[in-house]
Design a protein around this ligand. Structure first.
Ligand code: CP3
Length: 342
């Protein structure tokens, strides 16, 4: 029977080495994806299940990672709510950002069938591979940053933040609506065979911790409860949350993905002991030499593995598109060589 180090680690079982996968492993950095992108737009690849399944599995073949992640985007959810999105050379752009709207209550026309291609993609992935697959969606805070601001060009999302303070009741309405749709979407992904679910909260650090805890964390707990009621492990990535890591209790998640800003061993002291950690290699380390990569792994990560259970290797944010692929391959092979860990 197929045994997975990744699934074992999620259950708290320590193996001969830690499992590894990378955020943004599907697409971007992979030569086969870049070839495909010359012929097709990002949207076309995402929306055609055969192609999306190919890209989902590309890193399993090209890099040898221990899990695949569904090839899609967190912004498919606002699109399913009726918002118009274009993918430009500077990233995603909503044509009518919500911060410019006077009445946000009558704008949405939820149509979850717009996400059917995601479930078809998962069906194909499951047929083709027995490597565990991670499903995902964006957390309400991070998804709202894009819906309100319209774009990620302004990295600190000033119009989104102004909206949270100026229009708190409408913010609550939007959080509740996104939480419901996120739960429905996650449960559908579970029906279609995902093995774990990750909630991306890339912009968790743009607001004060008190506002995050009072207004946005309860939504994360609701989504976690729904996912875990189906016995699917729930991983949460609250990038930039800082001292908020002390809020990461078993009520919030099974694993928390640690960003590259935070020391992994200090994170271990802050996060509840029953919650596992994922992460947190700096994506920029991959621009360094192989000797430097190996030295950081030996100094910072091998002792961590030896002293702790429940750890999955990942980066502290996504792989960058221009990362030297030979270094990503080197790192993956190094991690997969069990003699390096003991
Ligand atoms: O491994 C994977 O890449 C899995 C699929 C995936 C994508 N986006 C595909 C994608 C996942 C899990 C995401 C999540 C996502 N999308 C997040 C949260 C995680 C993170 O990276 O912070 C966010 C904030 C987005 C929104 C988004 N999508 C932005 C701002 C951009 C443009 C900048 C960029 O990162 O490239 C995207 C584009 C995007 N999403 C691409 C891919 C493969 C690049 C598309 C291309 O030009 O081919």
């Amino acid at each position: 029977m197929y045994r997975s180090l990744y699934i074992d680690a999620l259950k708290g079982k320590k193996g001969e080495r830690p499992p590894v996968w990378y955020m943004r492993q599907a697409g971007r950095v992979l030569p086969d994806y870049q070839k495909l992108r010359k012929k097709h737009s990002f949207e076309d690849i995402m929306n055609q299940p055969e192609k999306a399944a190919d890209v989902t599995l590309m890193p399993v073949k090209a890099l040898g990672v221990d899990a695949s992640i569904l090839f899609n985007d967190i912004l498919s959810v606002p699109v399913a709510l009726g918002m118009e999105l274009v993918w430009t050379d500077h990233g995603p752009q909503f044509l009518k950002p919500l911060c410019c709207e006077d009445d946000i209550h009558h704008l949405f026309h939820p149509n979850l069938s717009k996400l059917n291609h995601v479930y078809e993609t998962l069906d194909i992935v499951k047929k083709r591979s027995d490597v565990p697959t991670i499903g995902f969606c964006g957390a309400p805070l991070t998804t709202l940053c894009y819906m309100l601001q319209g774009t990620s060009v302004k990295h600190d999302f000033p119009d989104a933040k102004k909206f949270f303070y100026a229009r708190p009741q409408e913010t609550c309405y939007l959080i509740d609506m996104l939480t419901d749709i996120c739960i429905e979407y996650a449960l559908k992904q579970i029906e279609h065979g995902i093995d774990a679910f990750q909630l991306f909260d890339t912009h968790a650090g743009i607001i004060p911790l008190e506002l995050y805890e009072a207004s946005f964390l309860p939504a994360v707990k609701k989504i976690a409860t729904a996912v875990r009621s189906h016995n699917i492990p729930f991983i949460y990535f609250p990038k930039g949350v800082g001292t908020g890591l002390s809020l990461m209790t078993p009520e919030v998640c099974d694993f928390v993905s640690i960003d590259w800003q935070t020391s992994l061993s200090r994170a271990r002291e802050m996060v509840h002991q029953d919650v596992g950690l994922q992460g947190n290699i700096d994506p920029f380390l991959l621009f360094s030499s192989k000797e430097e990569i190996e030295s950081i792994m030996r100094k910072d990560y091998v002792p961590f593995f030896q002293n702790h259970n429940k750890w999955i290797v990942n980066l502290g944010h996504g792989v960058m598109a221009d990362t030297p692929i030979e270094n990503l391959l080197f790192l993956t092979e190094w991690i997969k060589d069990k003699t390096n860990w003991w």
